[in-house]
Design a protein around this ligand. Sequence first.
Ligand code: NZQ
Ligand code: ZN
Length: 387
Amino acid sequence: MQNFDYQTPTRLIFGKGVVEKLPEVMAQFGKKLLLTYGGGSIKKIGLYQKVYELLKGYEIIELSGIQPNPKYDPSVLDGVRLCKEHNIDVILAVGGGSVLDCSKAIAAGACYDGDPWDLISYKVKAKAALPIVDIITLAATGSEYDCGGVISRTETNDKIGYMDRHLFPHTSFLDPEYTFTVSKKQTAAGIADAMNHTIEQYFVEDATLLNDGFCESMLRSLMVNGRKCLENPEDYTARAEMMLACTYGCNGILALGNSYSGWPCHGIEHALSAYYDITHGEGLAIITPRWMKHILNERTLPRFVKYGINVFGIDATLGQWEIANHAIEETYKFFESIGIPMHLREVGIDDSRIGEMAHHIAVNEGLDKAYAPLAEKDIAEIITASL
Ligand code: NZQ
Ligand code: ZN
């Protein structure tokens, strides 16, 4: 087992009606808040109105229109400007992972005098960030329980996972009822995202029985409950379990003591969505089985066998290669069965920029150090196989 140094300071408040506790949480901060949200889903579900009702007496400045794959320009820059102009005390992010990620970059940028990109691109280390409280409305990223935010810069085709310990939300509110309205497409993308977060942490050299069990259970739960959420979007129990599973995805708890993964599918997908603005979870679902096929060899075989038997219940008496290949097929078939388009061409990506993207990924994502190292050529082959 590897050494680790771990701390997650975020308070999670989970369940039906928990947003009523918002005034108690916000009372710890000053009265000027930046309310961040996306394209309007929070108005349709009554959450926007609820926030105003609960926070009477606060000076609320708004930053709306934060897009999926949140953009540095204008959203992060506008948010930083608003925080500085209005001397904001706390950021309240209400929406999906994109809103929260953008808010994290704003929180750090607001406490920094230079160009916020210095922080996001790791040129400068943040010394502080504004406190962030969030009400998460989409189960997927786990951003509500981690210190990362993924920001896109269109003109340079960058999509950077910006992580810093200052970016943990102070408090995250998770009411599964607010996820009832998430579309089938976004629900399926959320399932795929959280499953891939687990897979990224499962396929490593040195893993514990403890973490393997946790990951296998996460994957089974996401498949069972994810399917129920798609069949009946208002199934509270299924939405709740899916939401909790997603929350565990990205804060490292699944990998404590494990060796390095490198998160290869994320490295590849972030470039696909930087170049083509596709939905993150869909990109991951397309890449994952092709990546699995590409890295399956004598060395990785035992991991695939374990994955196949414990996650999909494949007959353990079959041959090892048969189990491994069957497990990869089951992974593909599950994503297909929840309605995800399983080819890059279906989400608008053709072969015209594969070389350029593979080069960008090889230079920026460090996948040559991953559990199964990927050179530029491997990355191009995985993307090509995903077309
Ligand atoms: O913009 P609005 O109107 O709010 O609509 C959103 C958006 O169109 C909608 N939505 C959200 N909650 C809803 C709802 N619609 C109906 N009812 C609700 N309750 O869903 C659409 C997608 O929202 P978005 O926030 O983009 O989705 P998600 O939460 O999947 O976030 C994706 C982003 O997170 C990044 C991804 O790369 C992508 O940019 N990631 C962040 C991570 C992190 N911070 O740890 C890790 C992940 O691996 C991921 O990379
Ligand atoms: Zn992800």
